[in-house]
Write a protein that binds this ligand. Structure first.
Ligand code: NAG
Length: 392
């Protein structure tokens, strides 16, 4: 009874009640030619939330990172003039930043307070609506420091909203999807009451760091027949259910969907090229992203020319093989299945890493601009509850 009016209103205001959270990376501007991506390339109507990655911490205060960040913040946040419902957040952290970037800031309540007191005016001044913390990932001994940081940010954001009478700054965190990391890193019930939502990094389940080194999919929806012991945890369904079981409300879970694949170089391409095939290293770097073992979706579309593409039916995702190169990736069909799954599971929405890795020009995949993001948005917005392929 209580919520009919709310639901109707939300739908009338255009679009679905689900969040579609899109990360943007400030290093995509350094990709050549058709890979070049800046905030001007963002369609302001595709995502409900845009997250600018990454800012830095210096002398315990938030700072910009790239030489032209302040200019890019401006064009990024100006997208809200075209879509007033859009929310923007600024992210701190990332894989390279690691844990070390958060020290010494997190180590004492004084230095955390210095940080928090720098964050609020920085966000307000640059017209962001919130902060996203991407600590990849707190170790067991850092867990209380991470929890304190998040809690103190949450309290400060609430307080500032009350005093300024402005809309509260949003607080989100990018969180691990691997079971051991979840156990080590988070006090989930406290986190649930502190944050507006979590961005579940439900990808990087397999890659060229695996030991033993065999092929596996970056972001399988379900457990595969090859998954023994710990690798039984390495799929989207397990991660979502584990977060829920530990106390994170479904509506605060924003499920990550990668706009990239993870690639391998096969050891014995002619005899064994399925899931679990022996590999001897990362796949060849893509022409634009130039990182071994990683291909943007648009580079996957390049790669697929002349490759053999196969589905992994039990995991509801695909891979492609060409010569000694193997890549597991998401396509239009797999992202639609994942969105049906998150709707059936009553999650808060979808997150993508990242908007600059989709085929934003439409030149590579020939399905129009942003084919994966468009498919995610369309499936989120559709009335269907998805009784189809996705399991509850
Ligand atoms: C980030 O801040 C640290 C600490 O001041 C500094 O050493 C580092 O060079 C900064 N990184 C960038 C990319 O500006």
């Amino acid at each position: 009874m209580c919520c009919h009016g709310f639901v109707t209103l939300t739908l009338l205001q255009g679009g679905s009640a689900y969040k579609l959270v899109c990360y943007f990376t400030n290093w995509a501007q350094y990709r050549a030619g058709l890979g070049y991506f800046v905030p001007d390339n963002i369609d302001p109507y595709l995502c409900t939330h845009l997250i600018y990655s990454f800012a830095n911490i210096s002398n315990n205060k938030i700072t910009s990172k790239e030489w032209n960040d302040v200019t890019l913040y401006h064009t990024f946040n100006d997208l809200k003039k075209r879509n007033p419902n859009l929310k923007t957040l600024l992210a701190i952290g990332g894989a390279k930043f690691g844990s070390k970037g958060f020290h010494p800031m997190v180590d004492s309540s004084e230095s955390r307070s210095t940080f928090i007191n720098s964050v609020i005016p920085f966000l307000r001044h640059n017209d962001f609506n919130g902060l996203d913390i991407d600590w990849i990932y707190p170790e067991l001994n850092e867990k209380p420091f991470f929890a304190s940081l998040i809690h103190e940010l949450a309290v400060a954001f609430r307080e500032e909203a009350k005093n300024s009478r402005k809309e509260k700054l949003l607080l989100s965190v990018g969180v691990a999807a691997g079971r051991q990391k979840i156990d080590n890193s988070y006090e989930i019930k406290d986190l649930a009451s502190d944050v507006d939502f979590i961005n579940l990094l439900s990808f990087d389940f397999h890659g060229s760091w695996d030991n033993p080194l065999v092929t596996g999919h970056n972001s399988p929806l379900s457990k595969g027949s090859q998954d023994q012991r710990n690798s039984a945890y390495y799929n989207v369904e397990y991660a979502v259910n584990y977060w829920k079981k530990q106390g994170m409300p479904g509506e605060k879970i924003i499920m990550g969907i990668p706009m990239f694949g993870r690639s391998f170089t096969l050891s014995t391409p002619s005899s064994n090229s399925g899931v679990g095939a022996p590999a001897n290293g990362a796949g060849t770097p893509g022409q634009f992203t130039a990182e071994g073992g990683f291909l943007a979706y648009y580079e996957v579309c390049q790669f697929i020319q002349g490759a053999t593409v196969k589905k992994i039916p039990e995991q509801q995702v695909s891979y492609a093989v060409k010569g000694n190169q193997w890549v597991g990736f998401d396509d239009v069909e797999s992202v639609e299945t994942k969105v049906q799954y998150l709707k059936n599971s009553r999650l808060g929405g979808a997150m993508i890493w990242s908007i600059d890795l989709d085929d934003f020009t439409g030149e590579f995949c020939k399905k129009g601009p942003f084919p994966l993001l468009q498919a995610i948005k369309k499936t989120l917005d559709s009335a269907s509850k998805g009784i189809g392929k996705a399991k509850e």
